[in-house]
Design a protein around this ligand. Structure first.
Ligand code: C5P
Length: 407
């Protein structure tokens, strides 16, 4: 554990003691994802579940995923004064999902269960991720309770809009687990990117062949999106250019959707001049079909073989590096299938020299690695090809480490 953040007693890095409060809504099953992401990021997670939460998600699941005993009962472990001990030991408390009932109890300072006691006995930052039906979220009682909690410094993440439990949709959906974890951990971090604008490209380009087909790649956009989310949490004004993103973009991040490399190039040309930092995390096609057919290419007219003529795409990163504005920091990515670590570094060094960016984040990809997964392993090189950072973990923890270098 290291330095503390002004106004909070908690540390900003390393292994944190995180209490995850799980309360009784249908979204409780998603708490498993929150706990898992925190554990994978190296934190010690202690679950305090309400009785109602255990009607939705089983204790064995919570214990297996958190790797710790789950606490529910106020009258267990009385000799070790558990009702205050858990809260006192916490560096961070995350309540996900937070039901309208729990929000009301927290606003009133009630301590009729272990979670209420834990929160009252703690000086750690508290983050809540509400989940409920739209009507309950908009009810003046809930609105007032949320205002009270915010005025006391509680961080409220979400709720998002989208499909709710039934057939209805609207605001009230629990924010996705990775986003909750990124937002919660950000509370312990300094807002060291405040006043900075950052442009992030994410996803994978698609080069059209005809109105129904394209040449694409397997990038989901998760790593780029994690960087955008983490940068926003650290105070940056974030613009995301998403190429065929497979995942939803949270509120608070301006997003421009593009598909092909040429569209991405136009969007970057528009957004880059006003950015202090540009992170080119998108997987961009090196080639595109020379011609795009107006109508569907038919096998009846092509026969047994079809030859596609491809032409080279512009290298957006290299162009950006060559025309950067004064003081602008440019970060490239390199996804490589090279398994040998030394050869991978050599490829990275040659690539950064060719592209002219300030940093290059190198990762290995393969049939099962890198793309569309929740985790990543990266090496970050500077202009001279020197390693400035190495990280393995969830894409959001890797995002944090990349931003540590940039900040
Ligand atoms: O050359 P390679 O595709 O490995 O380089 C990867 C980096 O360059 C990524 O940051 C990617 O966004 C960027 N790139 C680009 N334009 C291309 C190809 C890649 O900006 N045509």
């Amino acid at each position: 554990m290291s330095d503390t953040v002004p106004g909070h007693s908690g540390p900003v890095s390393d292994r944190l003691n995180v209490v995850v409060g799980v309360t009784g809504g249908i979204a409780a099953y998603k708490a498993v994802g929150v706990i898992r992401a925190l554990v994978l990021a190296g934190h010690d997670v202690h679950v305090v579940a309400t009785d109602a939460a255990l009607r939705f998600v089983g204790r064995p699941t919570l214990e297996a995923i958190s790797r710790n005993t789950v606490h529910t009962d106020l009258y267990e472990g009385v000799a070790e004064v558990r009702h205050v001990a858990i809260g006192q030991a916490a560096d961070l408390i995350v309540v996900a999902p937070a039901t309208a009932n729990t929000i009301a109890k927290l606003a009133a300072g009630l301590a009729d269960d272990l979670l209420g006691n834990t929160i009252l006995a703690s000086t750690a930052p508290v983050v809540i991720a509400p989940a409920m039906h739209t009507e309950m979220w908009r009810n003046p009682a809930t609105v007032a309770n949320i205002a009270i909690l915010k005025s006391r410094g509680v961080t409220v993440i979400g709720p998002a809009s989208g499909q709710l439990t039934g057939t209805d949709s609207g605001q009230g959906r629990l924010v996705e687990p990775d986003e909750i974890v990124a937002g919660a951990l950000a509370v312990l971090r300094p807002r060291d990117l405040a006043g900075r604008s950052i442009l992030v490209t994410a996803g994978g380009t698609r080069e059209p062949l005809d109105p129904v087909r394209f040449i694409g790649n397997r990038s989901s956009g998760r790593q780029g999106l994690a960087i955008a989310i983490a940068a926003a949490a650290r105070g940056a004004a974030v613009t995301l250019i998403g190429a065929n993103l497979e995942i939803a973009v949270p509120h608070g991040i301006t997003v421009l959707h593009v598909s092909s490399t040429l569209e991405l190039q136009d969007a970057v040309a528009l957004a880059a001049p006003s950015a202090d930092i540009v992170v080119m995390a998108a997987a961009v096609a090196d080639y595109r079909p020379e011609t795009v057919a107006d109508t569907k290419i038919k096998k009846e007219t092509q026969g047994d073989r079809l030859t596609l003529q491809l032409v080279k795409n512009p290298d957006i990163l290299a162009g950006l590096s060559a025309t950067r504005t004064a003081g602008q920091v440019i970060v490239g990515f390199a996804a490589e299938t090279e398994a040998d670590p030394q050869k991978l570094l050599d490829l990275g060094s040659a690539k950064i020299a060719r592209k002219g960016s300030d940093y290059l984040v190198v990762n290995t990809v393969g049939w099962t690695e890198g793309f569309a997964t929740e985790t990543n392993t990266v090496v970050m090189l500077d202009k001279a090809g020197v390693i400035v950072m190495e990280a393995t973990g969830t894409k959001s923890s890797v995002a944090g480490r990349i931003l540590d270098v940039l900040a």
